[in-house]
Design a binder for this molecule. Structure first.
Ligand SMILES: *[C@@H]1O[C@H](CO)[C@@H](O)[C@H](O)[C@H]1NC(C)=O
Ligand SMILES: *[C@@H]1O[C@H](CO)[C@@H](O)[C@H](O)[C@H]1NC(C)=O
Ligand SMILES: *[C@@H]1O[C@H](CO)[C@@H](O)[C@H](O)[C@H]1NC(C)=O
Ligand SMILES: *[C@@H]1O[C@H](CO)[C@@H](O)[C@H](O)[C@H]1NC(C)=O
Ligand SMILES: *[C@@H]1O[C@H](CO)[C@@H](O)[C@H](O)[C@H]1NC(C)=O
Ligand SMILES: *[C@@H]1O[C@H](CO)[C@@H](O)[C@H](O)[C@H]1NC(C)=O
Ligand SMILES: *[C@@H]1O[C@H](CO)[C@@H](O)[C@H](O)[C@H]1NC(C)=O
Ligand SMILES: *[C@@H]1O[C@H](CO)[C@@H](O)[C@H](O)[C@H]1NC(C)=O
Length: 210
């Protein structure tokens, strides 16, 4: 019932469907155009980060891009106790990381890229102003899905360095956040290709059984 031409067409259409459904790695700009900003005059965050996070789908190998300034901090934790407490105090350095844009003064703009490398709940907050920012909305939770899995460049990530929050007159040297870059698309194509291979084998087996 299948002519070779029809079979070819079926395979091609199947491949197109598989390719289209394969995801790619995405970068998520935290807060969209609002950035990761706290207004200390009004004591409010620039946007509702919980609502923003709910609008996104996060996968391994994606990055969160924080467009921020040195008035805020970027802290990532896998420990909900640390998150709920709005402070890194007493956190362990294997589940909580501070990313630093390297600025030494207040109000300096920076962009901080944080790779998502662990499936499940990831928590982010700013611990600036002794936790007030976090209490006033500078905090959100995301669920990271497996997606395509980690790209090779992030597969063995060095643990981000633990950085003491800057004190009033301390000058911190910048750590390197997300130093290794994923090759955009490469991992996606590799994974998509292997998926296509599996689907091809599956199709051949099904047709052989008919
Ligand atoms: C903070 O909010 C006030 C009131 O909306 C506004 O006038 C001010 O420009 C804001 N500050 C910053 C730094 O955005
Ligand atoms: C932020 O958005 C979430 C989810 O939409 C909502 O539950 C929450 O009440 C909002 N928070 C504020 C302060 O508006
Ligand atoms: C919560 O933070 C306070 C400091 O603000 C600290 O004394 C306390 O030990 C922390 N609790 C936990 C469970 O980490
Ligand atoms: C989370 O951090 C708190 C200290 O803030 C610690 O007591 C607790 O054991 C940690 N939880 C896990 C699961 O590591
Ligand atoms: C972090 O270290 C604590 C002991 O300090 C250990 O109990 C915990 O399993 C470690 N967590 C991770 C994610 O490695
Ligand atoms: C950053 O903090 C400084 C010092 O507290 C303040 O003067 C400045 O207005 C703040 N900038 C923003 C964008 O909130
Ligand atoms: C900002 O919010 C914090 C925590 O809710 C509160 O303690 C502080 O008094 C507020 N500050 C201002 C200026 O409203
Ligand atoms: C996502 O952000 C990372 C880190 O800044 C960057 O290397 C990568 O090129 C970005 N990818 C895309 C698709 O913009």
């Amino acid at each position: 019932m299948f002519t070779p031409a029809l079979l070819n067409l079926t395979v091609i259409m199947l491949l197109i469907t598989v390719a289209a459904s394969a995801t790619t790695y995405n970068n998520h700009t935290v807060g969209g155009g609002s950035g990761w900003i706290f207004n200390s005059s009004t004591n409010t965050s620039a946007t509702n980060y919980t609502a923003w996070a709910a609008s996104q789908t996060f996968n391994l190998g994606d990055y969160l891009i924080f467009n921020t300034n040195s008035n805020e901090t970027v802290i990532q934790t896998y420990n909900v106790t640390t998150f709920d407490n709005c402070t890194m105090d007493d956190s362990s350095d294997n589940d909580t990381f501070q990313y630093d844009g390297g600025e030494t003064e207040f109000n300096q703009p920076s962009t901080i890229a944080v790779p998502l490398t662990i499936v499940g709940a990831n928590y982010f907050f700013s611990d600036a102003d002794d936790g007030t920012q976090c209490l006033q909305g500078m905090a959100f939770e995301i669920q990271v899905n497996h997606g395509l899995g980690l790209p090779p460049s992030l597969n063995q990530p060095p643990p981000p360095p633990y950085i003491e929050p800057p004190g009033p007159d301390s000058v911190q040297s910048p750590p390197i956040a997300g130093g290794s870059q994923p090759p955009p698309g490469n991992g996606a194509m590799g994974s998509g290709a292997s998926l296509q291979m599996v689907m091809c084998v599956f199709l051949v087996v099904v047709l052989a059984l008919l």
